[in-house]
Structures are given as structure tokens and as C-alpha cells.
Design a protein around this ligand. Sequence first.
Ligand code: ASP
Length: 331
Amino acid sequence: MRLISAMLMMALLPGSAVAQGSKAMLVVHGGAGTITRGSMTAEAEKQYRAALEEALRTGHAVLARGGSSIDAVEATIRVLEDNPLFNAGKGAVFTHEGRNELDASIMEGKTKKAGAVAGVTIIRNPISAARAVMEKSPHVMMTGRGAELFATKMGLEIVDPSYFWTERRWKSLQNQLRSETSPQSALPAGPEHKHGTVGAVAVDRAGNLAAATSTGGMTNKQFGRIGDSPIIGAGNYADNESCAVSATGHGEFFIRWTVAYDIAALMKYRGMTVQQAGEEVINRKLKAVGGEGGVIALDAKGNFAMPFNSEGMYRGWIGADGVPKVSIYKD
Ligand code: ASP
């Protein structure tokens, strides 16, 4: 009897009604920026599409077998981190000093547990380190050497910093350094010129949301600069009662406008839909101040939005039918 009333109580708790009978859904992004049809070759477009589809299928497989959204977003991000096309894990951009310093965060919407690492240089998959911080430590964020020591102790894969070296990113740093000293000699920026970052948000069959974000930050960053990606509420957030969000863009703006949490708060306190809240923050508030970028945002019923105010954003989603859908450009 006591058990039945406890179960009834749980069913009446805010948020849990929404969760019943939810359909699994996964949404990803691979960065926003100067991405136009004109700046992309057919071959490059094919590669990006294939990579995003592979990531979507990987996360979907987890959800389809009844796995949790947190497992799904971690698995999805690991695929994108291992792919040199994206500015996360292998393929991360270089700092001013020619290093790769990676940031990542993850959050669970049911418990509001979260974990993050920042400025790490030897962890192959920073997203798994963020998850370890969330699950195996009493903390939310670890940085630099400490985070690396923790990841090593947790048995995560450690690599030599040279693992993250890619020619394309190296050239892009050289180009930016050149443009500092003689702007005329700099080459036109490539499609991934400004932003990269990868993100995933998912809702599982139990109706629980999760969000994950991983990045190399911004090319030519200096002095241990950390962006929004590992900051809970800025570049990443999840709350079953509103939404899961992962951001990409000019991190300083996303931090100051607490973008991910603002979207969740507009839903929670103003009753906006995920589309309305996403538009309000990305295409009104941020656009007005020149904060370039975008987000993916998903609610516990499987409604989602992928607003961006840059020229393009690598993005995609996969629902119950298991067929990945990918978009890159504005229209
Ligand atoms: N938001 C990331 C940062 O500022 C970069 C990006 O998304 O491209 O570190």
C-alpha cells in the first residue's frame, strides 16, 4: 500500500507526467560559423554529412536498445571527438602557443548532476573525463593538470599531445598569426574559420534529458582562455522540466548571456516552447549584440530547435525511425 502511494506521488511530481511515454530523440551539432555553400567543396560536404550521420546512428543505437540519454550523448560525442573534421578531440584548434587545450561538459536533466573538464591536453576523449567528474567525484569542474591526473586515475585513455595535431588546424593558426602581423597576407578564412565545437542533446525512453558539449575552443586563444563549452548554464545545460541545450559560437558572449540556462529559464518561467526560447536567445538577444553562434535544444517530449545566427551550423537529428537527418546551411 505504502509502495503504491509512493508510486502515485512520484507520478504526480512536476515533470514526471511529461516524461511518461516519451519518444527517444537525439539532436547534434558540429559547430556554427562561416559555413556557406560557396565556401564548401562537394567532397567536404559529403564528409561532414557522413560524420554527422555516423554520430547520430551511434547515439540512436544506444537509445533504441533502451539505453539512457547520458550514455547516448557521451557515445555520440566520442565519435565526433575522434573525427578530425570537428573542433573537438582530434581536430581541435590550436592555441596561440601551438598547443591543443580541450574543454568539455555533460549534464543529466533528471538529477541535474553535471561534470566538466577545461584546458586538458592529453585526454583522448574529454567528454568521458567530464562524465567521470560527474559520476566519480564530488566536483563539477576540473582543469588542466588536475583534470588530467584524475582522468588517468579513472583509467581513461591518455594520449601524447601530438595526437591532436592536424595539418588543417595548424595552417589555420599560422594564418591567424600572420593576419595579426600583416593582415594583407592572411588567406581567406575556411568554412570552420571561427567556430567548431560538437554537441549532443538527447531524451531517452524514460523521458530523461541529457546534454554534452566538447571543443578545442577558439583558434589562437591565449593565457589559458576557457570558453562557454565547459561552463554549465552557458554552453551546456539539461533539466527535465525545461530542456537540454548544447551551444556553439563565440564563447565569451555565451558565458555573459548564460545562453543555455536562459533558454531553459524562458521555457520554465515564461512558458515558452523550445523553439520560441531558442529563437529569443539566439536570434534576438545574442544577434543584437553580435554574439555569433547557435544551439541545439530539446525538451522531454522530443520537441527540438536548432537556431543559429551565423551563416551555417552543422546539425542533425534522429528520431524513432532511426533515419538521420543532417543540415548545414541556412536554407
Ligand atoms: N564556443 C566555443 C568556445 O568559445 C567555440 C565554438 O563553439 O566554436 O570555446
